[in-house]
Write a protein that binds this ligand. Structure first.
Ligand code: 13P
Length: 335
């Protein structure tokens, strides 16, 4: 492992207020999103959409890294250029989602464990030849009646740590993503407690597996009430709970935290990120940035509708929401 390579990759991704665009939706997720937007669910449409994203003029002003799906990193634009190469030319670093999805955890109803460790060393070697400098693995934790169980948390953080070790061995920066879902009617306080429990278990496991914390990016959820909770908190309350929870659980040696948006609208996700960076500037030992998918892409996908004639408008929206996230990263977003 070459720690300097890992650190340089992280610095480049987040230079000048930039963040990460997650454009690594798996095929089942693409089917869901395209269906909802009324777009045909074909491999060619997914390719066209990804081409729209990577060729967006000015995207590199706010985006320093983009996470690709296996299908996309193997695809080319209409001009015959590999997608990862188009990104590199724009100064955007390519990343790759390497997990194989969250599957039902046997014996634990409503809980999941993320699979994909088998053959990962070989896959990382191949992705590196395709230009990937960082990777992503997403674990999913659900809050509900009697869950998450310790078994679920431990299975997931174990997999995250083994994934992170394989990435670092290959000089690829692991994005470590333990997502506590917003689905459910839990309160902000319940989200706080579960997120803290998960992060503490995660960092213990990363320590066991000798992960160099200076060479990872943490991708957590914000601390926020469930979508169906009758009590929804203010922007400042979410920001404060999130900062307190992270300070209680994330070592200062982690260089960067990049939030997922988790189903928040672009505006709300930006407002939360902005409040975190603005109100708590002196309490953040890490870069606190974004790795949004929906909170950057959704308006563009809706505007595109699968039509060539809407491409320019969609690209403008993509740029607009990427810029919004980047401004929030600097605590300079005015809603
Ligand atoms: P959202 O920002 O839509 O939650 O997606 C981020 C992501 O990459 C989840 O793994």
């Amino acid at each position: 492992m070459n720690t300097q390579i890992l650190k340089d990759t992280i610095q480049q991704i987040f230079a000048n207020g930039k963040g990460i665009l997650a454009m690594d939706e798996s095929t089942p997720t693409c089917i869901k999103r395209f269906e909802a937007a009324g777009i045909p669910q074909t491999t060619e449409m997914y390719r066209k959409y990804r081409e729209l994203i990577v060729t967006t003029p000015g995207l590199n002003e706010s985006i320093g890294g983009a996470i690709l799906f296996d299908e996309t990193i193997r695809q080319k634009t209409d001009d015959g250029e590999p997608m990862a190469k188009v990104l590199i030319k724009a100064g955007i670093i390519s990343g790759i989602k390497v997990d194989m999805g969250a599957k039902s955890l046997a014996g634990f109803p409503n809980e999941k464990v993320t699979e994909g460790l088998d053959g990962l060393r070989e896959r990382l070697t191949e992705y590196k030849t395709m230009g990937a400098c960082f990777a992503k693995w997403r674990a999913v934790i659900t809050i509900g009646d009697g869950i998450p169980t310790n078994a679920c948390i431990e299975a997931n953080v174990h997999a995250l740590a083994r994934y992170a070790a394989l990435c670092q061995e290959a000089d690829i920066v692991p994005i470590v993503e333990p997502e506590v879902l917003m689905d459910g009617n839990h309160t902000l306080q319940q989200c706080y407690e579960v997120t803290e429990r998960v992060l503490k278990a995660l960092f213990y496991e990363l320590y066991q597996f000798k992960i160099d914390l200076e060479g990872i990016i943490l991708k957590p959820n914000m601390v926020i009430a469930g979508k169906d909770c009758p009590i929804q908190n203010s922007i400042d309350e979410v920001a404060e709970a999130t900062v307190n929870c992270l300070r209680a659980s994330v070592p200062a040696s982690v260089p960067a935290i990049a939030f997922l948006s988790g189903g928040q609208s672009p505006k709300v996700a930006a407002e939360h990120l902005n409040a975190i960076n603005k109100n708590f500037k002196d309490r953040l030992p890490w870069i606190v940035a974004f790795s949004f998918a929906r909170a950057i892409q959704q308006p563009a996908l809706d505007a595109w509708k699968g039509e060539q004639s809407n491409m320019e408008e969609a690209q403008k929206l993509l740029c607009k929401y990427a810029k919004m996230a980047s401004t929030a990263r600097l605590g300079k977003y005015n809603s």
